[in-house]
Ligand binder design. Structure first.
Ligand SMILES: *Cc1c(COP(=O)(O)O)cnc(C)c1O
Length: 392
């Protein structure tokens, strides 16, 4: 008789935090089976298509046989130059395309891999809670330990750096921060970034700033961490074309900043991936050179949606801050609910799909995240249906 292999998952995948979103997926399937007209405000994936001129550039590039071969892991020089040009234009930050820009297969890829380059088993990584789940998972895969920094409303959803115990700081190797923030939609000012740099210098901590949402803003242009003097001595910044140009499916991003940190991440990458399809990089060059008027139109669409949803939810009695950036609304759930029971209630009774705050970490409990990824008339309808569902 042939012996079957027993499939034993490694500890690193057996010990993943419970995936709340799987439970929501199940609830969603159930509603779909019932034929519910679902309004999906749950995922951070733009419903607006990629601008046409970028798609055209891709079509042209894909015809070129030069692009059919293996790309270089660090990205084509013209792509890295386009990133540098964009940083100069947008933030007045000068980067060397040679060694201060690294291409990524989406910023998620870089965020997930950076701990492999710098975190030894047992090292501590400072991770915001609530936060993008990949920070903690990348840490876990590298054998590191996440120390969660709660983002509290009373602190403007910035981590209270003074509350991190000294013993933790001494063992900390790396810190993730993310502003404009997903899921809380909060912004950070230069003073906060300066404090981060001071702390990083004092305790020798690598700072990884996730800047995915700097271009989705309404009033003031958000800062890049790289604009702050000293940032390049302590860290790097992850950025992506996904949210800025509605290119989540294309899988292209980049990291910029400290060349030694980028070289470490690059070393991981040369060993496990072979870079981004060059036709995609060509299209990304076109994207990065996009006229700001195209982005203004996208922002205007989100602004209308933001105003509609904020006004509607506030009228229903939900407590929230109108965001200055990102396409998320982070609201407190009404007091008779917790995050999960509220999300389940409005899914079952109103057919509106949202994300429970605790799915992003325990400090997100008591909140719900709405994504502005549906047209205004659907957002109106969502508010109306939620209102009805709350009256019984
Ligand atoms: C969407 C998102 C990313 C990942 O973007 P990709 O470049 O598509 O991988 C990273 N960080 C945050 C906070 C995000 O919301």
């Amino acid at each position: 008789m042939k012996k079957k292999v027993s499939v034993e998952p490694a500890y690193r995948i057996r010990h993943l935090p419970p995936y709340l979103f799987a439970e929501i997926d199940r609830m969603k399937q159930k509603e779909n089976k019932k034929g519910t007209d679902l309004i999906d405000l749950s995922i951070g994936d733009p419903d607006i298509p990629t601008p046409k001129h970028i798609v055209k550039a891709m079509k042209r590039a894909v015809e070129n046989p030069e692009h059919h071969r293996y790309p270089s892991y660090e990205g084509m020089l013209p792509y890295r130059e386009a990133v540098a040009r964009w940083y100069k234009k947008r933030f007045d930050v000068v980067l060397s395309p040679e060694n201060e820009v690294l291409s990524l297969i989406g910023s998620k890829e870089g965020i997930g891999h950076i701990p492999l380059a710098f975190v030894n088993p047992g090292d501590i990584v400072l991770v915001p809670s609530p936060g993008y789940p990949v920070y903690a998972v990348g840490t876990l895969f590298a054998g590191g330990k996440s120390h969660f920094m709660p983002l509290l409303e009373k602190n403007g959803f910035l981590p209270d750096l003074e509350k991190i115990p000294v013993a933790v700081l001494k063992k900390a190797k790396l810190m993730f921060i993310n502003y404009p923030n997903n899921p809380t939609s909060a912004g950070a000012d230069a003073k906060f970034f300066r404090n981060v740099i001071r702390l990083a210098r004092q305790y020798n901590i690598i700072v990884c700033h996730d800047a995915s949402y700097t271009e989705i803003f309404y009033e003031k242009r958000p800062l890049s961490f790289m604009e702050i003097p000293g940032a390049r001595d302590v860290g790097i910044e992850f950025h992506s074309l996904s949210k800025t140009y509605n290119m989540t499916g294309w899988r292209i991003g980049y990291a910029v900043g400290n060349k030694h940190i980028l070289a470490g991440l690059g070393k991981i990458k040369t060993n496990i991936d072979s870079g981004v399809f060059q036709a995609v990089q060509e299209a990304a060059i076109t994207a990065l050179d996009t006229d700001d008027r195209v982005l203004s139109t996208i922002r205007k669409t989100y602004r209308e949606r933001r105003d509609t949803l904020c006004e509607g939810l506030t009228k229903l009695g939900l407590s929230l801050r109108k965001p200055d950036a990102t396409f998320y609304i982070w609201a407190r759930v009404p007091s008779r609910f917790n995050s999960m029971s509220f999300v389940a209630h409005i899914l079952n009774k109103a057919g509106v799909l949202t994300t429970p705050g605790n799915g992003f970490g325990s400090a997100g409990e008591g909140y719900v995240r709405f994504a502005l990824t549906a047209p205004v008339h659907r957002i109106h309808e969502a508010v109306e249906r939620i209102g009805k569902s709350l009256s019984y």
